[in-house]
Design a protein around this ligand. Sequence first.
Ligand SMILES: Nc1ncnc2c1ncn2[C@@H]1O[C@H](COP(=O)(O)OP(=O)(O)OP(=O)(O)O)[C@@H](O)[C@H]1O
Ligand SMILES: O=P(O)(O)OC[C@H]1O[C@H](OP(=O)(O)OP(=O)(O)O)[C@H](O)[C@@H]1O
Length: 208
Amino acid sequence: MDALTIAMPKGRIFEEAYELLVKAGYDLPKELDDSRKLIVEAPNENIRFILSKPMDVPAYVEHGVADIGIAGKDVMLEHDRDVYELLDLGISRCYIATAGMPDTQMNKVSPRVATKYPKVASQYYRGKGEQVEIIELNGSIELAPMIGLADRIVDIVSTGKTLKENGLVEYEKIVDITSRLIANPVSYRLKQKRITDLVERLRKQAVL
Ligand SMILES: Nc1ncnc2c1ncn2[C@@H]1O[C@H](COP(=O)(O)OP(=O)(O)OP(=O)(O)O)[C@@H](O)[C@H]1O
Ligand SMILES: O=P(O)(O)OC[C@H]1O[C@H](OP(=O)(O)OP(=O)(O)O)[C@H](O)[C@@H]1O
């Protein structure tokens, strides 16, 4: 039987995802956690893990090099991918919001919005009928309003600590985010039994 290949996000989501799989009864190798290896086998489960950048998980799954994967809803909203979303795992909970310096208005012509999520941001402002200029950045988004690069940011908020420590305030919440189990449509058909078994086992553990 072919191994089931899972694209597993490194970084923030990893720990909660790993814990969920272990709670669901999967016997996973310890080294998944603490090695620099990018492909790790779980021989007792006939599963292979591809350890990926969180943003890249849907690409691996769409192209079929991973059968399934775990991806943040933020990533799914930002990049249209031809994958099935099978389950809300309820982990890595956070939300996307607008924020900026306190008491600042958006009433100038084409205010600037800095973000790592240009699609989510432009859809949001289009929905409100506001014309904005999107500035795409890759990190430390909170810097932008502090140094006069942008009037607002659209970014992830979790504890709110980063906003607070930098003197920014949240303006509007856009969307709640959790991690999702996603599948390649062809894999889902060919390996349906294994995948639905995994979904059922994870569903019982999902923190909703
Ligand atoms: N406070 C948070 N900040 C950012 N992402 C969070 C937060 N809480 C949960 N997440 C989830 O974790 C994912 C990002 O994980 P992580 O920060 O490890 O990746 P990254 O942004 O690619 O990291 P890097 O800083 O290495 O570029 C997001 O897609 C989101 O779904
Ligand atoms: O509300 P908080 O708990 O403070 O979390 C939110 C912060 O965490 C993320 O940044 P990250 O640490 O991933 O760094 P980045 O700016 O390089 O993306 C996000 O972009 C916010 O800056």
